[in-house]
Design a protein around this ligand. Structure first.
Ligand SMILES: NC(=O)c1ccc[n+]([C@@H]2O[C@H](COP(=O)([O-])OP(=O)(O)OC[C@H]3O[C@@H](n4cnc5c(N)ncnc54)[C@H](O)[C@@H]3O)[C@@H](O)[C@H]2O)c1
Length: 441
């Protein structure tokens, strides 16, 4: 140990996970955690459960598991609650989503059946291809926010949890641009009282969470907490926030491959990405307004990774196109095709084709687990909570939130280094620089 250890409270008591949107991702996450707790499956894909962190020099051979290195809540201490526009229990919703094997779900039925969604804050205008009966009524958006706060207080009391975190796993909302109502907390609260049309349901949940000092992570590309009003509230109440949009299938592949092409200074003329998926997420994204939100999120990664302003010969004319097609027969098993037109030495053209036959929610569920555990860690660490935006969690997102003066970091490997260095920093360990000259002295 070389530096001071940062103060982090111990994770005592139960951790409540509050989830607006109990669909495919949320139920795959909840069923998965319970299956792991019962010893029926392994938490594959989760950095908090399976990842290690190297400490000190390579010769020291010290690589503890992350969960032994930082004080994270244990899986046995997690308790789940959520909201949805449908009344289905987590068991019924998981059966309908069709992601987790029915036999495994049947063995978890007793547990999943008891998780029933609370009535949602919902406005059809923001998710056109969806309607359901389990929706709150309120005169104003402020009334709805207060109802959500009351739901949370009741859950905390009934479940006996000592801390909570909220993670948005709801549908992608229609595209919104930052408007005056989002620019200050005072304007936002006035907007809540006057039912301002540019306040989306996800913002109402986020506001309720931040008011109660509950960390908020956003798994979808909606603006939600990424507006000055809610960021001010996060700073004022010293609450961690992060987002947006889980980095799972195609964008995960993009942010793995693009840094490699750039590292070798290979040029890219075109990158065409298309997806077919048939789950409810695909249906929601069939609406152009929801697709626009997703498209913005999916397009941004390459621009930042390739830095065309620094490498105009290689990336200035890159044609990048993303398509999502709703195709019911595939369900949650998405197929993401990528065609890359690249060029090398003397400008000779080449092509790369990627066909990723993935399972969307299987890729997303471990991210939900890591995010709830890490945002809870950040909340117990005053130095981190005080910063509001948790940029070290960029690793998990397609559109990582960062300070207004910065550009987001998209390269998966830089993101992982940043995350692990943050953990080293919290525990008073040296940062790893990969210089390594000392091994040759
Ligand atoms: N699976 C992935 O790999 C992945 C990756 C990135 C982002 N996402 C995003 O995660 C979110 C969830 O994905 P999914 O596959 O579980 O979708 P899903 O359609 O199965 O689940 C979303 C649920 O949210 C509910 N919902 C919508 N609006 C709500 C509201 N205002 N309040 C409460 N509930 C609401 C819906 O009824 C639905 O049950 C989507 O926004 C998706 O775009 C998923």
């Amino acid at each position: 140990m070389t530096r001071k250890v940062v103060k982090i409270e111990k994770p005592e008591g139960k951790l409540g996970i509050l989830i607006p949107g109990m669909g495919a991702v949320a139920t795959t996450f909840i069923a998965g955690v319970e299956a792991v707790r019962r010893g029926l499956a392994a938490p594959i894909g989760s950095l908090t459960q399976m990842g290690t962190v190297r400490l000190g020099k390579r010769t020291e051979k010290k690589t503890p598991l992350i969960k032994d290195f930082v004080p994270l809540a244990g899986l046995d201490d997690l308790v789940f609650a959520g909201w949805d526009v449908f009344r289905d229990s987590a068991y019924e919703a998981a059966m309908k989503a069709g992601v987790v094997d029915r036999t495994l779900l049947a063995s978890l039925k007793d547990f999943l059946e008891d998780i029933r969604p609370m009535p949602a804050v919902f406005e059809k205008k923001f998710v056109k291809n969806l309607s359901g009966p389990n929706v709150k009524k309120g005169k104003t958006k402020m009334d709805l926010a207060e109802q959500v706060m009351e739901d949370i207080r009741r859950f905390k009391r009934d479940a006996g949890v000592s801390r909570t975190v909220m993670i948005w796993c709801g549908s992608t909302e229609a595209f919104l641009e930052i408007a005056d109502v989002h620019r200050s907390l005072a304007a936002f609260e006035k907007g809540l009282r006057s039912n301002h049309p540019a306040i989306a349901p996800s913002m109402i949940y986020a506001y309720a969470a931040l008011k109660l000092g509950i960390p908020f992570a956003n798994g979808a590309p909606n603006l939600t907490v990424d507006v000055p009003a809610l960021l001010d509230l996060a700073l004022k109440n010293e609450v961690p926030v992060c987002g947006k949009d889980f980095k799972t299938g195609q964008t995960l592949m993009k942010t793995i491959i693009a840094p490699g092409l750039k590292a070798r200074l290979l040029g890219v003329r075109g990158w065409f990405s298309t997806n077919i998926l048939g789950n409810r997420d695909g249906e929601v994204l069939d609406d152009p307004a929801s697709f626009r939100t997703k498209e913005e999120s999916k397009l941004s990664a390459l621009e930042y990774i390739f830095q065309p302003e620094l490498y105009p010969q290689l990336y200035q004319d890159l044609y990048h196109k993303v398509r999502i097609n709703y195709y019911p027969p595939r369900g949650d098993n998405k197929e993401g095709w990528d065609n890359l037109d690249i060029f090398g030495w003397l400008g000779y053209p080449m092509q790369i084709k990627i066909d990723f036959l993935c399972r969307d929610s299987i890729l997303a569920a471990p991210l939900v687990l890591d995010l709830v555990l890490f945002t809870d860690l950040a909340q117990r660490c005053p130095e981190m909570a005080r910063k509001g935006i948790q940029e070290w969690l960029s690793f998990y997102f397609k559109s990582p939130m960062c300070a207004p003066s910065l550009y987001p970091e998209h390269d998966l490997f830089i993101q992982l280094m940043k995350l692990k260095n943050t953990l080293r920093y919290l525990r008073g360990e040296e940062m790893i620089t990969h210089l390594g000259l000392e091994y040759y002295d």
